[in-house]
Design a protein around this ligand. Structure first.
Ligand code: HPA
Ligand code: ZN
Length: 331
């Protein structure tokens, strides 16, 4: 039995495996510019965040109907459950679909068909949805997206910020985060993946985020680290993603051990597992094997994932999950 854990940094569009991409392409009459799944996997040689994003957005063309989003989310939950995920807070990128003529209702209702009570009963995984704004699009577009989501707010727990980070500081989205907070939405943002440590501070100060996605580059600023430790701000760290997008040279160079030693509240996540070579359990195995993290550290990462999750509306469930972590016996 795998270690029980929550996944808090997972882009549902990044769980599109080549096999499902071809299946959905055939179902929807979409032509993919790759001969087969092997040729597509071959294309997964990223230089950086932007070269990944280009492929990530291109492949979304196969997602057209509610059923497509349902199948995508159902496939993720099955894989996640098999790796010990008990709770998942799932990002989606509505602007990447709205711009292709797929409306908000199709995306949210489709995902919800696989999540909600169904997902919980079928896979034993509780879920929340976090709607991300694309930071390389305008602030006006983000505000329009929040407006389009208003009929679906009972299904959306929070907002996030993703896509190309460099040159798109968090402060650009001050108003839309204010509006999201006024609607009762939780707030997170990608910061300090390729962007500088100042973007992390800005996400906290200007956007009021409660959790920072990636946050890796905080390690360049000791005062910022001290603040994150003091305020118990969770970081959603994604080691295999960091290697594939070259935020670090190799996994052996990853700062995760130093981050934990510094007292940061780190969690372990997969980001875009279909593209980055592994789901969250694979990330746990990778850091165990390559960074020599022992059982106490692995348990700490699992515990942190539930402490950092947005389960304030169900503290009894959080306690149950945390008890499972403490009772877990490593093989
Ligand atoms: N960073 C930024 N944008 C993204 C990512 C990421 O890791 N994954 C999907 N969109
Ligand atoms: Zn991400």
């Amino acid at each position: 039995m795998p270690l029980p854990k929550a996944e808090l940094h997972l882009h549902i569009e990044g769980t599109l495996e080549p096999e499902l991409a071809f299946e959905l392409a055939a179902r929807n009459g979409v032509e993919l510019p790759y001969a087969d799944t092997e040729a597509l996997r071959e294309a997964y040689r990223f230089e950086d965040l932007q070269s990944f994003l280009n492929l990530y957005y291109e492949l979304m063309a196969v997602l057209r109907t509610e059923r497509d989003f349902e199948d995508l989310a159902d496939a993720y939950l099955a894989r996640a459950a098999a790796q010990g995920v008990r709770h998942a807070e799932i990002f989606f990128d509505p602007q990447a679909h709205l711009s292709r003529g797929v409306d908000m209702g199709t995306v949210v209702e489709g995902l919800w068909r696989a999540l909600g009570r169904w997902g919980e009963d079928k896979h034993g995984v509780s879920t929340r949805l976090i709607m991300c704004f694309l930071r390389d699009e305008s602030a006006e577009s983000a505000m329009e997206t929040l407006d389009a989501a208003k009929p679906y707010l009972d299904r959306i727990t929070g907002v996030g910020l993703d896509s190309a980070e460099a040159g798109h500081p968090p402060a650009k989205f001050r108003e839309v985060y204010q509006a999201a907070a006024a609607l009762g939405l939780r707030r997170v943002a990608h910061a300090g993946e390729e962007g500088p440590p100042e973007y992390i501070a800005q996400a906290l100060d200007v956007l009021g985020v409660e959790r920072v996605d990636h946050g890796l580059r905080c390690m360049e600023d000791p005062e910022l680290v001290a603040r994150l430790v003091r305020d118990r701000i969770p970081l959603t760290v994604c080691p295999l993603s960091n290697v594939r997008l070259r935020a670090v040279d190799t996994l052996a160079d990853h700062p995760l051990p130093a981050m934990l030693d510094a007292g940061l509240l780190c969690t372990l996540n997969s980001d875009d597992p279909a593209y980055f070579g592994g789901y969250v359990g694979d990330n746990f195995h990778a850091v165990r094997d390559t960074l020599a993290l022992g059982k106490d550290r692995l348990r700490e990462l699992a515990r942190n994932s539930f402490l950092a999750s947005f389960l304030e509306d169900d503290e009894e469930r959080r306690r149950r999950y945390l008890a499972e972590v403490e009772a877990y016996e490593f093989p």
